[in-house]
Design a protein around this ligand. Structure first.
Ligand code: DGL
Length: 272
């Protein structure tokens, strides 16, 4: 089988998606990642589906122009609003993956009867998770709430402290989430507060599994690429590329939080 050494295009509204880029590159070190964060339009969580679709379709062209073999929409808000359109437009030539399917596939295999989902307003109001769960396992009860303060809080470096724990506790104590057995962290930023979320449930003495979506998404992507014979040669150590549509020193500094090490951002002003 001939290896496919073209890059994987990983997209996010900003730099939170670096959590997923990190998981993908750790699991598949021979794959080259071309990351694009649409920092010019961040946050997507408060945008309309129409706006998100128009941004995402332009960035898909960027990945295609850069010869990516696969596009991973590593943003829950973008996956919720724009995945069906992107899949319809490009999947014949460029497979498109989203971050909702891997979580749904993982969760329906477990014995849960009731599952919770937290994410941005765009993700939760789209009901994309509810629809996918309903078609994969109709008897599973899905309870979702929007938790819009969490992403900006994490971006500002507020996690693992009293303030963040208080905000997290306040969201998770919402009656709408009562009775859940697992919680899907449906936002790029939330892996960074997984411990605080688990601490809340531990203190409540409730046995809720907090699903770390980054690993689930990376494993799903790898399985897809194996199945479709898209893997790169095993002797490569490629350099990744990290692009943003708007550059600030603050974005550059924050890469460390999400990628676990500082990465160099390249400004690609695709919006002119
Ligand atoms: N990347 C977004 C998501 O996963 C969170 C940040 C934003 O609102 O743009 O939904």
């Amino acid at each position: 089988m001939k290896p496919d050494n073209r890059p994987i295009g990983i997209f996010d509204s900003g730099i939170g998606g670096l959590t997923i880029a990190r998981s993908v590159s750790m699991l598949m070190p021979h794959e080259q990642v071309l990351f694009f964060g649409d920092t010019a339009h961040l946050p997507y969580g408060d945008k309309s589906a129409e706006s998100i679709k128009s941004y995402v379709s332009r960035i898909a062209d960027f990945f295609i122009d850069n010869d990516c073999k696969l596009i991973l929409l590593a943003c829950n808000s973008a996956s919720a609003a724009a995945y069906p359109m992107l899949h319809r437009l490009h999947s014949e030539t460029h497979p498109v993956l989203n971050v909702i399917d891997p979580n749904v596939e993982y969760a329906v295999k477990q014995a849960y009867k009731t599952i919770g989902v937290i994410g941005t307003k765009a993700t939760v109001t789209s009901r994309a998770f509810n629809r996918k769960f309903a078609s994969a396992k109709p008897e599973l009860k899905v309870k979702s709430i929007a938790t819009p303060l969490l992403a900006p809080m994490i971006e500002e470096g507020y996690f693992n402290n009293n303030i963040s724990q208080t905000i997290i506790n306040s969201y998770l104590s919402n009656k709408k989430l009562d009775g859940i057995e697992a919680l899907v962290l449906a936002c790029t930023h939330y892996p960074l507060i997984k411990n605080e979320i688990s601490r809340y449930y531990a203190e409540q003495k409730s046995n809720v599994e907090v699903i770390d979506s980054t690993d689930v998404i990376a494993a799903y992507t790898q399985k897809y690429m194996q199945k479709h014979k898209m893997l790169a040669a095993a002797d490569r150590h490629p350099e990744h590329q990290f692009c943003v549509s708007d550059f600030t020193v603050s974005f550059q500094k924050t890469t460390n939080i999400f990628y676990g090490e500082a990465v160099k951002l390249t400004h690609v002003p695709i919006w002119g």
